[in-house]
Ligand binder design. Structure first.
Ligand SMILES: *Cc1c(COP(=O)(O)O)cnc(C)c1O
Length: 459
């Protein structure tokens, strides 16, 4: 008999979590103004809000933490991180930052001017926020196929080189500080970008003399998909694939809370020494001195180990197989999600579930609240609340997709938890015809409103 798949780790430390009653959850979500970010974590049973900084560190990472060097300048931990970035990713220059958006802040403070354009494949929300905050424009050049949730293609996160070429022809090169390629493509459903696409985008950038920035939060999951789906890569190691991916980039920004499996940290890395020097000022001003930039020595040490572990095949296989396991359960129940299953999360196609809720009443948010009420499971809306208002017209933007993202933290939950998630979704799905009204906004920020937005039910 063929042995079933199982995890490539065993558990050394546990953290209790608590179930709640529906009455408790109704009260808590009302007190949270129907924004799941406002819930206390103790009010959540299975927390799928994000896979960012919520993973379990390994014994090796905890050991590295104890050996952190907290020197202000030139700490050993800084050099451990520097060596890992050079050896695994192939960049000689970098600046540590406290997380990914801080890396964006340091970089974009240096390279973006008002009126600039940055083409990319579905820019991440903080990336778009940092671009638009500087009165520049993020132009989405994702392939059209990404918007069809039921279409099964291996690299649904790709950037369309024809759309890119068009933008690069339309604007003068001085107005384009970088092309932003996000791997995996989070906003399109954790969908990977192929090596062929990275290579082609890079060639287009070179031809036009524009820098290529890889937004790299989930680069290792992307490499796993290249290995398992793209011709010619099956026999290459994840680390070889990662080196090739970054060989095409001029800059990488990294949220280490994702594929470097730490609870806090990030960096921006450069091929160009001059750009690295120009960015140092913003690092010192906003983050800290260039050899710690917002991170403690212990965190830089854990990050260095995390980069190594995060680019090992067995770890990645365990992770992606768990997401696929949840996807297979949803298939069994006929619940529509962005296909195929992404690297770090399942994205439920909320428009296909709640067909009676009008888009003005926030379909994906409504589904997120229903799932929380059902079983204390916290997901997150990737839809029109996240999309913010148009910066010029101040009208709500309604993206093609209304998704409920269920992000799976790394090495944290078991497949029994996945079974509970699938069953809870099935219960919501079975009563979907009764859900006809959504929510209205009562309070919001002008930018990145989803974190703090307050809502009330329409009924
Ligand atoms: C998480 C993330 C960021 C921002 O990183 P933070 O660590 O949350 O600040 C940027 N881009 C992508 C693709 C991400 O997933």
């Amino acid at each position: 008999m063929e042995l079933p798949f199982s995890e490539s780790f065993r558990i050394k430390m546990v953290e209790p979590i608590r179930k709640s009653t529906r009455e408790e959850r109704e009260r808590w979500i009302r007190e949270a103004h129907y924004n799941l970010f406002n819930l206390k974590s103790d009010e959540v049973f299975i927390d799928l809000l994000t896979d960012s900084g919520t993973g379990a560190m390994s014994d090796r990472q905890w050991a590295a933490l104890m050996q952190g060097d907290e020197s202000y300048a030139g700490a050993r931990s800084y050099y451990n991180m520097k060596n890992a970035i050079r050896d695994i990713l192939g960049f000689d220059f970098f600046l540590p930052t406290h997380q990914g958006r801080a890396a964006e802040n340091v970089l974009y403070s240096t390279i973006i001017n008002e009126g600039d354009v940055l083409p990319g494949n579905s820019h991440f929300d903080t990336t778009k926020g940092h671009i638009e905050f500087r009165k520049a424009h993020a132009i989405d050049c994702t392939i059209d196929e990404a918007a069809d949730t039921q279409l099964e293609i291996p690299f649904k996160g790709n950037l369309d080189p024809v759309k890119l070429e068009k933008v690069l022809n339309e604007y003068p090169v001085e107005r384009i500080p970088a092309v932003v390629l996000t791997v995996t493509n989070n906003t399109a459903g954790g969908q990977p970008v192929s090596m062929a696409n990275i290579r082609e985008v890079s060639a287009v950038c070179r031809r036009h003399g524009v820098r290529l920035q890889i937004d790299s939060a989930r680069f290792a999951e992307n490499a796993y998909f290249i290995k398992t789906r793209e011709e010619g890569y099956a026999d290459k190691s994840i680390k070889e694939i990662v080196r090739e991916m970054f060989s095409y980039a001029d800059i990488m920004t990294m949220s280490s809370k994702k594929d470097a499996i730490v609870n806090m940290g990030g960096f921006v890395a450069f091929r160009d020494e001059d750009l690295w020097r120009r960015c140092q000022m913003y690092c010192i001003m906003n983050e800290g001195f260039i050899t710690y930039g917002g991170m403690s020595g212990r965190d830089m040490n854990a990050l260095a180990v995390g980069l190594d572990e995060g680019t090992e095949f067995d770890y990645l296989q365990t992770r992606v197989r768990q997401v696929e396991y949840l996807g297979a359960k949803l298939d069994e129940y006929g619940i529509p999600y962005q296909r195929p299953a992404g690297g770090h999360a399942i994205f439920i196609d909320a428009k296909k579930v709640l067909t009676h809720v009008p888009k003005e009443e926030f379909i994906a948010q409504t589904l997120a609240i229903e799932l929380y009420l059902e079983a204390g499971i916290r997901g997150v809306e990737i839809g029109s609340i996240l999309a913010d208002r148009d910066p010029e017209t101040r009208e709500n933007r309604y993206p093609a997709l209304e998704l409920l993202r269920l992000a799976i933290p790394r090495r944290t939950y078991t497949n029994n938890h996945m079974d509970v998630i699938a069953a809870a979704l099935k219960n919501v799905y079975d009563r979907r015809e009764q859900i006809t009204r959504g929510y209205r906004i009562t309070r919001e920020f002008p930018i990145m409103r989803h974190f703090t937005v307050e809502l009330e039910p329409m009924r």
